[in-house]
Design a protein around this ligand. Sequence first.
Ligand SMILES: [Zn+2]
Length: 236
Amino acid sequence: MLQPSALACVRARCPLCGPTLLVRLNHSEQGVRCVRCGASAVHLSLGAVLRATCPDLRRRDAYELSARGPLVAWLRREVRSLTLSEYLPDVPAGTVRGGVRSEDVQRLSFADASFDLVTHTEVLEHVPDDRRALAELQRVLRPGGLMLFTVPLHDAGCTRERARRHGDRIEHLLEPAWHTDPLRGGAGILVYRDYGRDLPARVRAAGFGEVALQLPHPPLPWLPPRAVVVARKDLA
Ligand SMILES: [Zn+2]
């Protein structure tokens, strides 16, 4: 949505598509975009940190937990091979519908040690059991493999669970919060938790060796910095 008072434009280098203009259409984080490739602030942050931490992208077999968009288009050009999936609840895991592979990150259908790189943006807060998801992502990474991801981070010491899943029933511990999902026609998807500063410890608990929060450099204009989690699976 365009807010005329927010309209601004600045020359920048997009980590995904090169020299470009960044435009601010409104005062929300979603209002900042690269005009050439359409990357959002989250994609720009992940791309910048990925370039800085992973200079050997061309030697990596990558898995991204979405099936389209500017980040997917960039990864397709940069990595050795790219596997994509979406969570399609009515499609069995590992099968393809409409060109999109269905996967539930809590029980992935991939063999152990299938990938050198895993990326996901704004996914984990929507997963009922994120510990199981992180353990699965660690399992499908090869030794020494990297996982980079973003979630909304809150200024709190501890992650706060907003909802719990009991089979098909959802228990709401706090007022339900929803994010819009373009793949489902803009329908809301439930936020299961608000991550706090204990996020790196949660990722380490899933079996990752090194875990750090990294900020994109140079920082994006107009916005507070968006931290990217960089997690490495141990070699042994
Ligand atoms: Zn771009």
